[in-house]
Design a binder for this molecule. Structure first.
Ligand SMILES: Nc1nc2c(c(=O)[nH]1)N[C@H]1C(S)=C(S)[C@@H](COP(=O)(O)O)O[C@H]1N2
Ligand SMILES: [Mo]
Length: 368
């Protein structure tokens, strides 16, 4: 059973620097100004689609300059039969595919980890959902013709910087295996919720890898290179790896099953009337098949109702009607299960860099 943190919360957190939970002037909960990093505000974490202006932003470097984006074209080279250079107009000539996709940063909820780890102290707003519009990557790959010796596609962003003190400036780089790149749902997106992609989210064109944590979805894509060996760059070998206490590590890839409670918020005072507990649940391994809710800290569980749109790569809304049967503290917990049978764990798997934090997150409320 989970411990109630309603009353102790104030004292337990008194010595810690308080986290900012107020949106800044652009509407995001700020983490950093340059490179820009901001979370989706709490109040927005209940709508199925995230408004573009409130979609979380996670940059590693400063934005590309207007000169860079204005003179933009995408080069596809390396081990291909025909090298290609495509403009945005070229992309618009292809049939457009649209797909609702939830994107979660691998470091979402990092501030919940105990013991604490370095890295951006995300609360639970480094996650958002949009309907992305663009061209399936595999269509472009078919056009250039992949040579038999190629094993991966390397994606390069327009943005660059030094990933760590002492390391030379380099562009943001990530690769995908040919198998993953061949997934027809991997998009080269130029639209977000029917609007042209904004600079924050990767204008003119970005990669969208559905079901994977956000780091794979390279923004401001300027080059795709077919390579003959596995890529081991900074953001694939040094970061976005789950590093255990003993130093071993595995790469961060697909989004692990998780849920959040949109309402009530922690510490709320509730009456003995009936309440609608609501939230979202998602997994990179397919649809959410079940969400269970406990209002006694995880001792007993009941099925929530899955409501709203149901898509493979987008989060699932859920509701649960609850009438408290007693006054006092109640600990509400939700846990999700996906169609592959993966169940959200009660405890997060602690790792040194603070990624894939998907343990349940109890919400304590006060009933009177
Ligand atoms: N070129 C480039 N692409 C990038 C990044 C970046 O810093 N540069 N950040 C990645 C990370 S870690 C995440 S979580 C997502 C965030 O996308 P968003 O800012 O549109 O939410 O973009 C990914 N793609
Ligand atoms: Mo991320």
């Amino acid at each position: 059973m989970l411990k109630c943190t309603c009353t102790e919360a104030g004292t337990a957190k008194a010595n810690e620097e308080p986290l900012c939970t107020q949106p800044d002037e652009i509407g995001l909960v700020p983490i950093e100004q340059d490179p820009l990093i901001g979370e989706t505000p709490q109040g927005t974490l209940q709508s199925w689609l995230t408004p573009n202006s409130l979609f979380y932003v996670r940059n590693h470097y400063s934005f590309p300059t207007p000169e860079e984006t204005n003179s933009w074209s995408l080069v596809i080279d390396g081990h291909v039969s025909t090298q290609l250079e495509l403009t945005l107009d070229d992309f618009r000539q292809f049939p457009k595919q649209t797909l609702p996709i939830t994107m979660e940063c691998a470091g979402n909820n990092r501030s919940d980890l105990q013991p604490r780890v370095p890295g951006n102290p995300f609360q639970n707003g480094a996650i958002s959902t949009a309907i992305w519009g663009g061209v399936p990557l595999n269509e472009i790959l078919a056009k250039v013709g992949i040579k038999s010796e190629a094993v991966e596609v390397l994606f390069e962003g327009l943005d660059s910087g030094s990933p760590e003190p002492g390391v030379d400036t380099e562009p943001y780089l990530r690769s995908l295996s040919l198998d993953m790149a061949g997934n027809p749902n991997v998009l080269l997106a130029y639209e977000m919720n029917g609007e042209p992609l904004s600079l924050e989210h990767g204008y003119p064109l970005r990669l969208i890898v559905p079901g994977w944590y956000g780091m794979a979805s390279v923004k401001w894509l300027r080059r795709m290179t077919l390579i003959t060996e596995k890529f081991h760059g900074f953001f694939q070998g040094e970061r976005y790896i789950i590093e255990e206490k003993d130093g071993t590590s595995v790469p961060v890839t697909d989004i692990q099953v998780k849920s959040l409670i949109s309402w009530p918020q922690p510490g709320m005072a509730l009456s003995r009337d009936s309440h609608n507990i609501s939230g979202l649940a998602w997994s990179g391994s397919g649809h959410i098949n079940r969400v269970q809710v406990s209002h006694d800290g995880g001792e007993t569980w009941n099925d929530a109702q899955l409501v709203g749109p149901r898509y493979e790569y987008a989060w699932q809304q859920w509701n649960y009607d609850w009438t408290p049967d007693s006054d006092g503290h109640h600990i509400i917990v939700a846990r999700a299960e996906d169609e592959k049978g993966n169940v959200q764990p009660m405890d997060t798997h602690w790792n040194r860099l603070g990624y894939v934090i998907n343990g349940v997150k109890p919400v304590c409320v006060n009933v009177s």
